[in-house]
Write a protein that binds this ligand. Structure first.
Ligand code: C5P
Length: 401
């Protein structure tokens, strides 16, 4: 998604600049065209040589700004060149200047000389971040739809404080950049999107359950893509690893475990949703009985009586209002289209993502995925193997169209 794309990175004066080294390194290795510029104080923490080496291109500073070696002013050249502009770490000082349209160095002049989306990753001490003036500047800046936020997380800061102010982690920054390069507009602003993700668990006792290999990656990718495109997103999710959930800090999350819990959560959020995409792998059956104490091995039954669980999406299909769109997934082996069409009709869906789970680089747990998306009007679009984030964007495009 980033190959040959033009990404400008502005480094502010904060210790989190060390994390941006990894971002630049990863982007350059994956074939992006990366240019880096540093403020004067950024160079107290990291050197232009570090970024020149990682980006395979000379890094710019205020020295190259005021003494242009080439004919055109550097901020104009860089501003016109960039497809997306990442500013990380965003300091309180640069934030204040951007909020007021000020420009006194190469970074701030380049922001004003560009029109591409700007991704902001603030990082600072908790008290600095929570200052009324800083929060006012932040909120004011975000009213301009060109700016996209990567809110700082909470944790141990380099100043030994524990609190808000940690810069977003490199994988989250890179995912946002990929999304912005795919769709620079907030084309889903005003839409409310309800998603489900992960594999539900049906417990037999406190330690044993019937489950499936779903990791929730596809649902996380859908949440990221929808959020980047401006939608209001709620994700109802079965257990998902923390490092994946960390990719969507701004998405409203409703954690559940069993199919019955997922059904309750989906039902309560469904009435307000414009689009609902059911990417969760819901268990089809649960043990007929539950023991609240761990069963000793000798008491485990040799045959397990099962009860069926509610079909959540079919239930939503019956409650659906005309303005709502309901999309399911069909994880299939062998022929994926015919069973998916049958499920779409039986469950009252508007569209279904037929997803092969028996091919390499596809389905449960894989970084990549592929699918055929079908709708009830007979439209059929194949999504070639790609990252789950790219597939998520293509599913959203399909629903939008
Ligand atoms: O399991 P099945 O192939 O029927 O799943 C197709 C769709 O139905 C998926 O979107 C899945 O999330 C949903 N589903 C559900 N409740 C179930 C089983 C599946 O909502 N009990």
């Amino acid at each position: 998604m980033v190959k040959h794309r033009r990404i400008l990175v502005g480094i502010g004066g904060g210790i989190a600049a060390y994390k941006v080294c990894e971002v630049v390194s990863t982007l350059a290795k994956t074939g992006a065209e990366v240019r880096v510029l540093l403020t004067h104080s950024a160079q107290q923490f990291v050197s232009p040589l570090t970024f020149a080496t990682l980006s395979r291109h000379p890094a710019d500073t205020d020295d190259t700004f005021w003494n242009p070696q080439q004919g055109r002013p550097r901020h104009i050249e860089l501003g016109e060149w960039a497809e997306v502009f990442l500013i990380a770490p965003l300091t309180a000082n640069t934030l204040g200047k951007l909020a007021h349209g000020l420009a006194d160095n190469l970074l701030t002049n380049t922001v004003l000389a560009s029109t591409c989306p700007v991704l902001l990753a603030p990082a600072m001490n908790t008290d600095m971040w929570e200052q009324v003036a800083v929060q006012r500047n932040w909120q004011q800046l975000l009213t301009d739809s060109r700016y996209h936020s990567l809110n700082p997380g909470a944790g141990i800061l380099a100043c030994d404080r524990i609190g808000k102010g940690r810069m977003a982690e490199p994988p989250e920054i890179i995912a946002h950049l990929q999304s912005l390069l795919y769709q620079p507009q907030r084309d889903l602003q005003g839409k409310t999107i309800l998603l489900s993700a992960g594999g539900t668990r049906e417990y037999l006792d406190p330690v044993r359950f019937i489950g499936n290999p779903s990791t929730g990656k596809m649902g996380i990718a859908l949440a990221q893509a929808a959020q980047h495109r401006g939608a209001t997103v709620t994700l109802v999710h079965a257990p998902i690893e923390d490092h994946l959930l960390a990719l969507i800090p701004e998405v409203r999350r409703v954690p559940v475990t069993s199919a019955a819990e997922m059904q309750r959560a989906m039902l309560s959020h469904f009435p307000l949703a414009d689009w609902t995409i059911m990417a969760a792998a819901v268990a089809d059956v649960s043990p007929a009985t539950y023991s609240s104490e761990k069963l000793p091995k000798r008491s485990l039954p040799t045959q397990l009586p099962l009860a069926s669980v509610p079909d959540i999406v079919a239930d939503l299909g019956q409650r659906k209002q005309p303005h709502q769109r309901l999309i399911g997934f069909a994880a299939q082996t062998g022929d994926i289209v015919a069973p998916a069409l049958e499920k779409m009709q039986r469950k009252g869906l508007d569209a279904i993502v037929a997803n092969p789970v028996d091919l390499p680089n596809s389905g449960f747990g894989s970084e990549q995925n592929q699918a055929i998306v079908l709708d009830k009007q007979g439209k059929k679009v194949a999504i070639a193997p790609c990252s789950k984030l790219l597939m998520a964007h293509q599913i959203l495009d399909f629903v939008k169209s």
